[in-house]
Design a protein. Structure first.
Length: 328
């Protein structure tokens, strides 16, 4: 993440995306941003959708590449199309990119691999500099994708002058604080994560809940658990649980709830209480003080703006998947 951030700062510490050649006039002509990707890379898009919309005031749609490429999407020269791919080689993402080019849209690739196919096909490319992903599970690629997309959103908003400059400064400081906060989060929580993993590794189903941006962290946490531990898991927006899936929560079911947006935490707490009533075991990832609660395990992540919190909140979940898999 240090490398990702530094790759986009000039010697004065300012954001530097000059290579993208994005003028205010061009950005003003954009009425939609598409982020197209697969799997974890698509989740990185979801994590930044709200930030882009709030900062730039442009409708942002996140699309699964394998669906997007076959659905004749309404893309034109007023669309900015962003393609996120660790490898830069995912066939559906590449096909979606070529389709957007045919429709006259500007295409921007975010990949980890210089010279990859997606990079070569796109009008512009920026790189996550995450280092090679050795195993199949995308972990550091995800956190670096979210970091770079967030920096891009801040940069676009600066050009567009579309939001309060104080918010821009706050977010820039939050981005700069990420490497140290991640280290803190890692050091503080490793024992708790290991301990919780030893309690749940024999489970057959795990549920993830979150609201707002925490729902996207829930989706990614759930994908990682399935992928490396072979445990069935589902992620739900916390408020959706009562519309059916709560029927699956029974005595001893593991429910992981993510609460990093203080405006939404009281609501998520109340949803989590509903599953406790049904006998669920709970793990909470939060930056609030929930020490006096009746949750089984609470993992505290450092204080951070909700636009950036997915980058911290996912790390205990990545580690949890790892330790569950190791225990199994
Ligand atoms: O190389 P890509 O980022 O395009 O790969 C996309 C997905 O296949 C990938 O993110 C997949 O979901 C991960 N292996 C999950 O950990």
């Amino acid at each position: 993440i240090r490398n990702t951030i530094n790759s986009r700062l000039n010697e004065n510490g300012e954001y530097d995306f000059k290579d993208l050649n994005l003028s205010k006039e061009y950005l003003k002509s954009i009425n939609k941003i598409y982020i197209v990707a697969c799997g974890t890379a698509m989740h990185a898009g979801l994590a930044v959708k709200n930030t882009l919309e709030k900062l730039c005031k442009i409708v942002t749609q996140v699309e699964v590449a394998s669906e997007f490429r076959y659905r004749d999407p309404l893309v034109d020269s007023n669309s900015l199309c962003i393609f996120v791919s660790q490898s830069g080689e995912t066939a559906d993402t590449l096909a979606a990119l070529n389709l957007c080019k045919l429709h006259g849209a500007k295409t921007l690739a975010i990949t980890n691999v210089i010279g990859s196919s997606i990079t070569r096909a796109a009008d512009y490319s920026i790189f996550t500099h995450a280092g090679p992903e050795i195993a199949v599970a995308s972990t550091k690629a995800y956190t670096c994708q979210v970091t770079l997309l967030t920096m891009l959103a801040i940069h676009l908003a600066e050009i567009l002058e579309s939001c309060d400059s104080q918010l821009i400064e706050t977010l820039k400081l939050n981005v700069l604080s990420l490497p140290n906060k991640l280290q803190e989060c890692f050091n503080k929580n490793l024992d708790l994560v290991q301990d919780f993993s030893s309690k749940v590794y024999e489970e057959s189903d795990v549920f993830f809940l979150g609201r707002g941006v925490d729902y996207t962290t829930a989706l990614e946490g759930s994908l990682k658990l399935k992928e490396i531990s072979y445990i069935h898991s589902e992620a739900y927006p916390a408020g959706e649980l009562k519309h059916g899936p709560i029927a699956l929560i029974e005595d001893g079911t593991t429910v992981i709830s993510i609460m990093t947006d203080k405006n939404l935490t009281p609501k998520s707490i109340s949803n989590t209480q509903e599953v406790i009533t049904r006998g669920a075991k709970t793990l909470i990832i939060t930056n609030d003080d929930l020490s006096n609660s009746n949750f089984d395990t609470v993992i505290n992540i450092p204080e951070i703006h909700p636009y950036v919190s997915p980058i911290l909140a996912i790390v205990p979940l990545q580690l949890l998947s790892y330790y569950i898999s190791k225990n199994k």
